[in-house]
Design a binder for this molecule. Structure first.
Ligand SMILES: [Fe+2]
Length: 195
């Protein structure tokens, strides 16, 4: 489930009802989705889209989205750091940024017109909708991995408009999820009982 941090107020939200209510107050939609049938996180895109077709259809009707696809980013992605450098500068789009996470995690920073700057760490099962015109930026976490469904009203509208405010440099991209645990906590052999 997502985690929300409000760095300037030293607050962290971890409960789904608190997260939904807080994000709604800054015009960010947040939902949890479950697949209609089990689907592997590395399944082909058509299977992923089919497993969530009811949810995708509902969101398309709500927001006027016309297409959906599946994006993969991993350490093997060509020019990964160049691409990430573009995402992590404050920007806005002429259309909504809608992402549903299948695998991995990511960190959105939202700069609302009214209200404090907010960091949202998303993981598998999280849907986030950043409305058009909202200032934001995005980082991957330590594992540099995310697979997500994207929904578009018009792909041409997704060009970033950079604010060049520099505010993105004032906030460390801190992920609190599993990739931040020391390696010994994530290796299976660490749980073995010594004989
Ligand atoms: Fe964006």
């Amino acid at each position: 489930m997502a985690m929300v941090r409000i760095p300037d107020e030293n607050r962290t939200l971890r409960e789904v009802t608190d997260i939904k209510a807080y994000l709604a107050s800054i015009q960010i939609d947040y939902e949890r989705w479950e697949a209609s049938k089990p689907v592997a996180p590395d399944a082909p895109p058509e299977e992923i889209l089919a497993a969530y077709s009811a949810e995708i259809q509902a969101v398309k009707e709500q927001g006027g989205y016309v297409t959906a696809d599946v994006i993969n980013v991993s350490p093997a992605t060509p020019n990964l750091e160049t691409m990430l450098a573009k995402f992590r500068r404050e920007h806005w789009h002429d259309e909504d940024e809608v992402r549903f996470v299948i695998h991995g995690r990511g960190l959105f920073h939202i700069h609302p017109p009214k209200g404090p700057l907010t960091a949202i760490e998303v993981e598998a099962g999280d849907l986030i909708r950043v409305p058009r015109g909202t200032r934001h930026w995005f980082d991957l976490c330590g594992d540099r991995t995310i697979r997500a469904i994207r929904l578009f009203q018009d792909i041409s509208g997704w060009t970033p408009h950079y604010t060049e405010s520099g505010v993105d440099r004032d906030y460390e991209p801190v992920c609190l999820g599993p990739s931040y645990l020391p390696a010994s906590f994530t290796r299976p052999e660490a749980t073995r009982v010594r004989s």
